[in-house]
Design a protein around this ligand. Structure first.
Ligand code: AMP
Ligand code: GLY
Length: 423
């Protein structure tokens, strides 16, 4: 089979390495890929947001199956266009991708179908938002309705800060059209858990749980980033909580999307907070998480292509989805200064093998791998224990070099502590 993966980050590198294990694949392509993905797939330089060009290319190149990984092309309807050309895909239609594309849609969905989430109101007028904030107390959370590169969420510690956030979104338009409408919601507390799931609209199979580390600096200080590291499984996500989430959140969400005529097929990501009042949805994503995928897929023992094809053909109940009974840790090596300003173009060298080293932002120039982004590499290790996985990941990080390399030193520390507390 000729398989195409759309996307160009560490998540896509992990998907591609997992797909490569499938015997069914004869040729593997990536649009646009990156300098690391080029080791594992044939990369095709193209803007992933130009979904028409992507679909045309897939048709011309006789692609048998496509995996659309990032939010933008999904929300823009890449899967609809590919399907119209008769190319089966893993990923939701744009009608279903709205679950991530519009926070107002997802909040209203949860309210309508009684799916636990933070209390909220939505606004299309700044003065109304200000009047509402005058009746509230901080901390309070302001979210831009649309996609905003993961930066559209502001946790305001004062009402003034919340008003500034509303103004920056609605009047100064820092997120463009994505901030024309905003959600203002209750601040929740508790450990966060990411649960990715496979669903074909009939069956939903959760993958192994994981924990992201979103802040740039150790001890959860600094700016919010796309994610500085992950571990799987997440120790807070006990079997009891998993059961509760399945009953109260996962299956009701799948059913709600069906009822709305927006059947979701692909990877549905649940960003959860385990609050004192039970698990609640912080956000849905219509895709694999990054860098959650970099710990989840290396633990997958079943054939990823088989699962993805079963999702597309609505026979997920017929395939095996099995994860290793082990732990994984992914440490992101970033360019110093990320997520603000940073330099790039430095050569990356390896005194170690590159197994489970996922390239997020690098390009190949004359055979040399040069840094080309804020997040450069995701270095994953697997072990019988979480402690072992963390130690191995950092050991590997110490053998990979580039000027201005930066990583958090405490990935997995909170999870380790949680295991200690449970014992
Ligand atoms: P997001 O960009 O939607 O992933 O949100 C970024 C982060 O903001 C989440 O991972 C949470 O840590 C935090 N967050 C979002 N919504 C809330 C909320 N209602 N209460 C507390 N923290 C939140
Ligand atoms: N790691 C969170 C996300 O992919 O949105």
């Amino acid at each position: 089979m000729r398989v195409l993966v759309v996307g160009n980050g560490g998540r896509e590198h992990a998907i591609i390495q997992s797909l490569k294990k499938s015997k069914k694949i004869d040729a593997l392509y990536a649009i646009a890929g990156n300098g690391g993905i080029a080791n594992d797939a044939i990369t095709v330089d193209m803007d992933v947001k130009n979904v028409q060009a992507v679909a045309d290319w897939a048709e011309q190149n006789k692609i048998d199956f496509a995996v659309v990984a990032p939010d933008d092309p999904l929300v823009l309807g890449a899967v609809n266009l590919l399907n119209e050309k008769g190319i089966p895909c893993f990923g939701p239609s744009k009608e279903a991708a709205i679950i991530e594309g519009s926070k107002i849609f997802s909040k209203n969905l949860m309210k309508k179908y009684n799916i636990p989430t933070a209390e909220y109101e939505t606004f299309s007028n700044m003065q109304d938002a200000f009047n509402y904030l005058d009746t509230k107390s901080a901390p309070i959370v302001v979210k831009a309705d649309g996609l905003a590169l993961g930066k559209g969420v502001i946790i305001a510690n004062t009402i003034e800060e919340a008003k500034d956030a509303v103004k920056s979104m609605m009047e100064d338009k820092v997120f463009g059209a994505s901030g024309a409408n905003v959600v203002i919601e209750e601040f929740l507390t508790g450990p966060e858990v990411s649960v990715l799931s496979f669903t074909d609209g009939k069956t939903l199979v959760p993958m192994i749980s994981s924990m992201d580390h979103k802040r740039a600096l150790d001890f959860d200080q600094g700016l919010n980033t796309g994610g500085m590291g992950t571990v799987a499984p997440n120790p807070y996500y006990t079997e009891e909580i998993a059961k509760e989430c399945m009953e109260k959140i996962f299956l009701p969400t799948m059913a709600a999307m069906n009822k709305e005529g927006r059947t979701f097929k692909g990877c549905l990501y649940f960003g959860l907070m385990l609050t004192p009042n039970g698990p609640k949805v912080i956000e849905y994503n219509c895709r694999f998480g990054d860098p959650e995928t970099q710990v989840v897929l290396p633990l997958l023992e079943s054939d990823l292509l088989e699962i993805m094809m079963a999702v597309a053909e609505e026979r997920l109940d017929k395939v095996e989805v099995k994860f290793a009974d082990k732990s994984a840790c992914c440490v992101i090596m970033a360019s110093e200064g990320y997520p603000a300003s940073y330099k790039k173009g430095f050569e990356i060298t390896f005194d170690t093998d590159r197994e489970n080293v996922f390239v997020a932002g690098a390009r190949l120039v004359d055979g040399k791998l040069l840094t080309n982004g804020g997040r450069v590499l995701g270095v994953t290790a697997i072990d019988e224990t979480l402690k072992g996985a963390i130690d191995k990941a950092y050991e590997k990080v110490s053998k990979i070099h580039f000027e201005n390399a930066y990583c958090r030193k405490d990935i997995g520390a909170r999870a380790l502590k949680a295991y200690g507390e449970q014992k």
